[in-house]
Design a protein around this ligand. Structure first.
Ligand code: HDE
Length: 733
């Protein structure tokens, strides 16, 4: 294989030699080749081609005659092209992914004997795919939607897939209803509108008629559905699984991923604009962070309920429309996952990866969760129509441990199995089933009794308590965003029956919510609501997960300049941002060279029209009389700053730029410094009289810092300046 294996893959495989993470990369290397200038163009059957430009035809220098069907090169090219597309995933079609590793730092041996969760010295390679649910493969990343969070662990005992979402509950309790909820949410059947949106009649018609969705649609209207980044989302297995320990004891469990960077979202206006301005925003964000070596990390947590306690809760623990509140069942964090390598090729890795909830390894099992049981059927089945019956042989899907069985043939079978028998039992005792001591998967001997019936336990019938629990647990800002989300969604439903009924449904959650939304969207204002139980569960609010330490690593910060900018402030900001591992993006009034006041020049990464304020997390504007004058006269620049302010982003300015910011924002309540002191007001950090030593300070990112950069960076690390919204400032922008 030498020469065919790309150097990058070889390098990583060599570095990681001996580590489990390297095992999957080495395995993939067998099927990986580089596009090099050494190799010559050939057909798929290996014959070198002398031209890639002309179809074989009857021709002369005077006349271009008819083409010949005989040409095998041309036919191969066209026929291969004609069949390049495979069916996109029926849901979660739009996604992106990366490689990484998983390790437990605390053994869960009390819960399971699966080494992936007990052996703290073991590193397990993983591939993770993030996705939206509703849109087609080419839809925008930032739409309001649930995000998929699917993890494939290549363990030594076989592949284990946690096919989760960024929201811990689901719309339905029984898998039989999946086609209905998805049909209702996808584009409507008569005109295939709208794309990647829940804001339409059919979606909300279903939600009203199907009360068990109530809890989930509250999550879908929250900021969880517009994440800032895949790297800033929690992940949840949603379904109830089981873990079995060495003593044979069984626990019901739920799995959670919590990001090191904290849980952060876009603001709605930003999400809408980004869908047009940069539809690949999340895909690029993940790629950029990994390429820059700022590897995203998640803690892995387990909630566990002993088998004997199954019925001790006022909800059914097998109901996927319910969370297990953390005050009742705390999450125990025992491991960490890091994503550290971008794919080599999108199609063969991100598109061809096939997850199945039924992929579990010894020590991990299913429960009678009626959604999970149906999913176990569905995923395997869908891979057959998407990828074919031999999908598990594809490089990205095959396990790193040995595979041997008598499954044979089928379209596109790759493995060549030698031997005279393909059945068990056989006279050679070839490929016998494994004993338990050899690591065989043995099902837990669960006692099952009951009548055959189409029913669920009575506790499944409570559809509102946890929707109220969720609403009660939201912060003021989160509640406001949910109200606005309903305002947007129901405004897009033209049918008065749909929005009229939905606002009545909201009264089952909270009367005030229902009345405010009714007023907004023009429905009849409800007078009575369902009594609220008043309970809270703080961990449902994303504000409970700000991130482990304040950091600006991987945050995108624009530096706005025009000819005549102050080079000292520019250099100081650029260097400080880079050393804090942020991504400084220089944005000029033009993309050709911009000259500083001192005669030095810079080539901006972008100009104002190309990179919009929506695409960055914060803005810095250095002074410089001429530069500031040019920006002040530039409508796009003023809009840029104003929009960043409206989207609650931290803004830093020095010297003459302080007045520019003041003018762009135009709000007397946002004060700026008039002296040499660093000043901060509503996330606008200013330093009017620039002394270089004030800019070259060591930057520690912590609350209460006094230096200019420190204050600016701390503001960025907090993600948004929520006070602007709480005090109603951005409404005026
Ligand atoms: Fe899925 N889901 N799902 N789902 N799902 C698929 O499988 C299905 C559900 C989730 O990145 C499909 O390979 C049924 C819950 C993710 O490749 C399909 C039910 C959760 C992904 C399917 C559910 C998910 C899928 C389509 C109800 C969160 C993308 C393509 C019983 C825990 C995986 C595919 C990837 C994909 C069926 C409900 C998450 C059709 C029948 C609940 C992240 O098999």
């Amino acid at each position: 294989m030498a020469g065919l294996v790309p150097e990058s893959v070889q390098k990583v495989a060599n570095v990681a030699l001996g580590s489990r993470e390297g095992d999957k990369l080495k395995d993939l290397a067998q099927n990986t080749k580089d596009t090099t200038n050494k190799d010559r163009l050939t057909t798929d059957y290996g014959v070198k081609q002398g031209t890639a430009d002309d179809w074989l035809r009857v021709a002369s220098h005077e006349k271009t005659g008819p083409m010949l069907l005989e040409d095998p090169f041309a036919r191969e090219r066209i026929m291969r092209f004609d069949h390049e597309r495979i069916p996109e995933r029926v849901v979660h079609a739009r996604g992106s992914g990366a490689f990484g590793k998983f390790r437990v730092y605390e053994s869960a041996a009390d819960l399971t004997f699966a080494p992936v969760l007990t052996d703290t010295s073991r590193e397990t390679p993983v591939f993770v795919r993030f996705s939206t649910v509703l849109g087609s493969r080419g839809s925008a990343d930032t739409v309001r939607d649930v995000r998929g969070f699917a993890v494939k662990f290549y363990t030594e005992e076989g592949n284990w897939d946690i096919v989760g979402n960024d929201i811990p509950v689901f719309f339905i309790q029984d898998a039989i209803k999946f086609p209905d909820v998805i049909h209702a949410a996808k584009p409507e059947p008569h005109n295939e509108v709208p794309q990647a949106q829940s804001a339409h009649n059919n979606f909300w018609d279903f939600q009203f008629n199907h009360t068990e969705s109530t809890h989930m649609f509250m999550w879908a209207m929250s900021d969880r559905a517009i994440p800032r980044s895949f790297r800033m989302m929690q992940g949840f297995g949603v379904n109830t699984f089981t873990l079995i320990n060495a003593k044979g004891e069984r626990h019901f469990v739920k799995f959670t991923w919590t990001p090191e960077l904290g849980v952060h979202s876009l603001v709605w206006d930003e999400a809408l604009k980004l869908a047009g301005q940069d539809p690949d925003f999340h895909r690029k964000d993940l790629w950029e962070a990994i390429a820059n070596g700022v590897f995203p990390k998640w803690k892995f947590g387990i909630q566990a309920i002993p088998e004997a306690d199954e019925h001790k809760f006022d909800f059914d623990i097998l109901d996927a429309t319910k969370v297990w509140p953390e005050d009742l069942v705390p999450t125990r964090y025992i491991g960490e996952m890091e994503l550290n390598r971008n794919p080599d090729e999108f199609f063969t890795q991100v598109e061809q990866i096939a997850f199945c909830t039924s992929h579990v390894v010894p020590g991990i099992g299913f429960s009678d969760d009626p959604l999970l049981q149906g999913r176990n059927f569905s995923y395997f089945d869908t891979q057959i129509s998407r990828l074919g019956i031999n999908f598990q042989e594809l490089p990205i899907n095959r396990p790193t441990c040995p595979v041997m069985n008598f499954n044979r043939d089928g379209a596109l079978r790759h493995t060549i199995t030698r031997g005279t028998v393909n059945y068990w039992p056989n006279r050679y005792e070839a490929c016998p089933p494994a004993a338990k001591e050899e690591g065989a998967y043995v099902e837990y001997a669960q006692k099952v009794m009951g009548i055959k019936a189409r029913m669920r336990s009575d506790k499944f019938k409570d559809h509102f308590s946890q929707a109220q629990l969720f609403w009660n647990s939201m912060s003021t800002i989160e509640k406001r965003h949910i109200i606005n989300a309903f305002g947007f969604e129901l405004d897009h439903c033209e049918d008065p029956v749909v929005f009229g009924r939905m606002v009545q449904r909201l009264a089952d959650i909270d009367l005030n919510l229902a009345q405010t939304v009714a007023e907004l969207v023009g429905g009849e204002v409800p007078k009575q609501g369902r009594p609220n139980h008043g309970r809270h569960a703080p961990a449902l609010s994303q504000t409970e997960f700000p991130g482990s330490t304040p950091t600006i690593a991987s945050r995108r910060v624009a530096i706005l300049i025009a000819d005549g900018y102050d080079q000292v402030a520019y250099n100081a900001a650029y260097a400080a941002l880079s050393s804090a591992l942020a991504v400084p993006l220089v944005v000029g009034t033009k993309r050709s060279k911009v000259t500083a006041a001192n005669g030095k020049s810079t080539q901006p990464h972008h100009h104002l029209e190309g990179l919009r304020s929506t695409m960055v997390d914060a803005v810095f504007i250095p002074g410089g009389a001429k530069s500031v004058e040019a920006l002040t006269r530039n409508g796009r620049a003023l809009h840029w700053i104003r929009e960043a302010f409206g989207h609650l982003k931290t803004i830093g300015a020095t010297g003459e730029a302080v007045d520019l910011v003041h003018r762009a924002i135009g709000l007397p309540s946002v004060s700026v410094s008039s002296s040499g002191d660093v000043h901060e007001s509503y996330g606008v950090v200013t330093l009017k009289e620039l002394r270089p030593e004030r800019l070259t300070e060591v930057v520690t990112i912590a609350k209460g810092a006094t230096g200019f950069m420190e204050k600016f960076f701390y503001g960025i690390s907090q993600h948004r300046c929520w006070d602007r919204e709480l005090d109603g400032l951005n409404k005026q922008v």
